[in-house]
Every structure is written in C-alpha cells, then in structure tokens.
Design a protein around this ligand. Structure first.
Ligand code: PRP
Ligand code: URA
Length: 209
C-alpha cells in the first residue's frame, strides 16, 4: 500500500487557509498555490539520492554532497495543475515538464483526456504528477495510468487538498504511488466537490468564474 504524507509545516498550513478563503482573489490565489507547491517540493524530493563530490572553497577543499543526477519530470494535470509548476521548478529547475489535459465531465465525474505532451525520455524520469485537487481520484488515477502506459516506473502524486474518497481510489488502483498533500478534507458533496475544500481550483486560478 502506498503512503500518504500530509505536509503539516506551519507555512504550508497558513497558506492553505488563505487559499481556501472565498474572498482570496485570483492574483493572490495563484501566488499562494505557487508558494505552497514550492514548499511541498522540499518534502516530495526528500528521498532524492546524494553523491559526494569534492569542492574547492576559498579556504581549502572538502567533500560535500550534491544531487546524484536524478532526472525528474513534473506533470501538471491541466488546467489547475499548471498553477503548481513554477513553484516546483524553483526548487527543481532542471526538471522537464509534461502536460496531461484532463477535464472531469460534470455529469459523470469521469476524466476526459484532451491533451498529452510529455518529455521524450519520460520513462527514464522520476515523475511527480501535480494537481491541486484529489476529489474522486478519477483524474489522478487516469494521469498515473498514462504515465505507466509510457513505461514510467517511479511516480509520486502531489496535491493541495485531498478527499478520503480520492486517496482510497488512488491507493487501490496504484498502490505503488505515494501521495503528498497539504490537507485531507472531510468528504465530497453531491457534485463531487471537496468539502470544505477551496471550490473550483481551475476557475479560481484563472478567473473563469
Ligand atoms: C479538477 C482538478 C482535478 C479534478 C479532480 O479539474 O483540478 O483535475 O477536478 O477531480 P477528480 O479527483 O474527481 O477527478 P477539472 O476537471 O475541474 O478541470 P480544470 O482543472 O480544467 O478546471
Ligand atoms: N475539482 C475542483 O476544482 N475542486 C473540487 O473540490 C473538486 C474537483
């Protein structure tokens, strides 16, 4: 069974509260989502291997550590996942970014694919799928499946707010994928929205409602 990491750092929790607030406008919402993604990237990359190198300081030379050439791919699920990309890239600037376009049919709540553009060497990369909302888990599960179909072995899922239903589904369908979230909320409402949640992440990011 995969692990669920709830990132309870005070800065993350403070910013999640501001993100949830109804009166936070698109500009602040975008900035906060980017900031939280950057802070979460710190934990998501905690298991990255290091190698010892020799470095010449102004005083002497010494052994010190650097990342061991890990190749990373960040995969936002469009649209709302886009809001998390820049924050991630600030900490992992060498990562390549692939895009998976999925929208959730409002009637059936099933994910519908409309776009997919991935790094050519995606199968060799450690992939972090980013999407602010893990609701029914349909979109995340489909996104993970796309990666697996293309030969990706090492996948993590990073979201801001998760519903228990979404966590359960991803864990059942992809027991090898760890989930990193800033909050686990109570439930889904009749329209598949996370309660208390933050509303529609894509609309709030891009001001479409
Ligand atoms: C939202 C969200 C996830 C999905 C979560 O996207 O960003 O991708 O819903 O719901 P699920 O876990 O039930 O699949 P949406 O379909 O609203 O598209 P958008 O990002 O383009 O607004
Ligand atoms: N998508 C969103 O943007 N918000 C939710 O609460 C659920 C799915």
């Amino acid at each position: 069974m995969s692990k669920v990491y709830v990132l309870d750092h005070p800065l993350i929790q403070h910013k999640i509260t501001l993100i949830r607030a109804e009166d936070t406008g698109s500009k602040d919402f975008r900035e906060l989502v980017e900031e939280v993604a950057m802070l979460m990237a710190y934990e998501v990359t905690r298991d990255f291997p290091l190698e010892e190198v020799e470095v010449k300081t102004p005083l002497t030379t010494c052994k010190s550590k650097m990342l061991a050439g890990r190749k990373v791919g960040i995969i936002p699920i469009l649209r709302a996942g886009l809001g998390m990309v820049n924050g991630m890239l600030k900490l992992i600037p060498a990562a390549k970014v692939g895009h998976v376009g999925l929208y959730r049919d409002p009637e059936t709540l099933q994910p519908v694919e409309y776009y997919c553009k991935l790094p050519t060497d995606v199968a060799e990369r450690d992939i972090i799928i980013v999407d602010p909302m893990l609701a029914t888990g349909g979109s995340a599960s489909a996104g993970i499946q796309f990666m697996k179909q293309r030969g990706v072995k090492n996948i993590k899922l990073m979201c801001l707010i998760a519903a228990p239903e979404g966590i359960k589904r991803v864990q059942e369908e992809h027991p090898d994928v760890d989930i990193f979230t800033a909050a686990v909320d109570e439930c889904l409402n009749d329209h598949g929205y996370i309660v208390p949640g933050l509303g529609d992440a894509g609309d709030r990011l891009f001001g479409t409602k």
